[in-house]
Design a protein around this ligand. Sequence first.
Ligand code: TYD
Length: 206
Amino acid sequence: MFITLEGPEGSGKTTAVEAAVKALEAKGYEIVRTREPGGTPIAEQIRNVILDKANTKMDPRTEALLYAASRRQHLVEKVWPALKEGKIVICDRYLDSSLAYQGGARGLGVDNVLNINLFATENTWPDLTLLFDIKPEIGLQRIASNANREVNRLDLEKIEFHNKVRDTFLSLAKKYPDRYVIIDASMDRESVAKATLDAIMNRLCK
Ligand code: TYD
């Protein structure tokens, strides 16, 4: 089972899933937690190039290709082997982030970005995608008030960019209703955590 967590900046997806992971492990499931871009040494090196605030000259297609390259390396080294061993892989961001950020917000086009990602992933789709939906104003405020969260090059984009990210995620949820579950990330922490575990358990018991 391959589960991905998606959403705009500051949606709290990482925190929300922590409680769900603990509960699943207590039930005996083997979980691999990972993230994109990164998750393996080569993919983390690519991540550093993409997110470096100094790289203001990065071309949008270069950015999309680097995310796809990092994704590929992460699949080969970490995700595919874990899935083969029957583990549940829970990954912070995946292909849908490229569709929303590079395809929608950067304006490269969702279909163009999908094409390079189908090449990169050899059509590996998540079984379940949890979309932690929140208004960008609230998400960005959360980041600003969290001293432990490093601000990256994408965080520094204007509010219109983040609105486009959110709108694209919502349209992807409509396009792929079988694998998408939308979670209202503006709820309190406990409610978000509960909705997260419920969505995963529903999918596991299907
Ligand atoms: P990260 O610090 O991991 O952010 P978050 O905690 O919000 O997941 O940084 C990842 C950034 O990269 C984030 O701004 C979203 C962006 N991104 C893309 O633009 N395209 C992608 O394909 C992926 C995976 C992430």
